[in-house]
Design a protein around this ligand. Structure first.
Ligand code: ATR
Length: 278
């Protein structure tokens, strides 16, 4: 019986219970996945109570990915580098923190485009929040070393590069510079909240040309087909969608908790149906 869950605020509309309950069912495992919505001023007391609740593992979302660090007994290398945790496994009473954002993203990308790492050439990340950090870190770890970052506040892109770049060739860019140079990139990854419902007509950058065969990826999943991806599609890009990352990072967490290996394709179609139906 796996006792799993999610902490965050607000989380009433989270898709995680749907995903994890499906995964449990699909793997023939007993258990459930509950939401623990914790108001910020209640955090310390509720986390102490959670310790007594005997969970097997839980996810951590906004705004607690950093705050949870104080309550962990151990953290993995990615979480340590990123200073943020989105998955906790309870092992013999110890809370062990992981960060599956970057690896979940990359797994979903490779799943759809198996040769992507070999063909990645030049990569551009748009945005400089937690997701951008995770994806940047993972790409460098996997040997993709020409990864530039563009952000409205360019200093944040500079900061990520300074903290995480172990001697590669990354350049921080303004949004205007990204727009001017977009045609150089083989892979463009949109990691900001721009384009998310209800502002679904917005795109973080405006572009008219892309490199032939380029891959455009957006981590926003509501809507599934963002204005950014629509534009890229009209210019002939290969596309990668935000819900693919969401599902794969959830599966990665599920594997950490249960030591099982679900096949994403078994629930991808149902997940797409769920998203479209909302
Ligand atoms: P995460 O959930 O990944 O941690 P976040 O910390 O909320 O995300 O970061 C959101 C990102 O979206 C930031 O890069 C932010 O740019 P700034 O650093 O300049 O704030 C970017 N972002 C949000 N709204 C934006 C907008 N209207 N135009 C351009 N960038 C925007």
């Amino acid at each position: 019986m796996f006792k799993l869950g999610l902490i965050g605020y607000p989380i009433a509309h989270s898709l995680s219970p749907w995903i994890h309950n499906r995964l449990l069912e699909e793997q023939g495992l007993k258990g459930d996945y509950q939401l623990f919505e914790i108001e910020p001023d209640q955090f310390d007391i509720r986390i102490k109570k959670l310790k007594e609740y005997d969970l097997d593992g839980f996810n951590v979302t906004v705004p607690y990915k950093e705050r949870i660090l104080n309550y962990l007994d151990e953290i993995d290398e990615a979480a340590e580098f990123l200073g943020a945790v989105n998955t906790v496994k309870v092992e013999n009473g110890k809370w062990v923190g992981y960060n599956t954002d970057g690896i979940g993203y990359l797994t979903s990308l490779i799943n759809r485009y198996p040769n992507v790492l070999k063909n990645a050439g030049k990569v551009l990340i748009l945005g400089s929040g937690g997701a951008a950090r995770g994806i940047y870190y993972t790409l460098l770890q996997k040997g993709v070393n020409q990864v530039d970052i563009s952000n409205r506040t360019v200093q944040k892109a500079e900061q990520i590069i300074k903290e995480l770049d172990g001697g590669s060739f990354s350049t921080p860019l303004t949004i205007e510079e990204a727009e001017q140079n977009i045609g150089q990139y083989d892979v463009v990854v949109q990691t900001s909240s721009v384009g998310m419902s209800p502002e679904k007509d917005q795109s973080i950058i405006d572009f008219k040309h892309i490199k032939a065969g380029a891959l455009f990826s957006d981590i926003v999943y509501r809507p599934m087909y963002t204005a950014f991806l629509e534009k890229a599609d009209s210019l002939g890009a290969n596309l990668h969608f935000g819900h693919e990352m969401l599902l794969h990072q959830a599966i990665y967490a599920f594997e950490i908790w249960t030591n099982s290996e679900p096949d994403a394709s078994n629930i991808m179609t149902a997940f797409e149906g769920k998203l479209k139906g909302e």
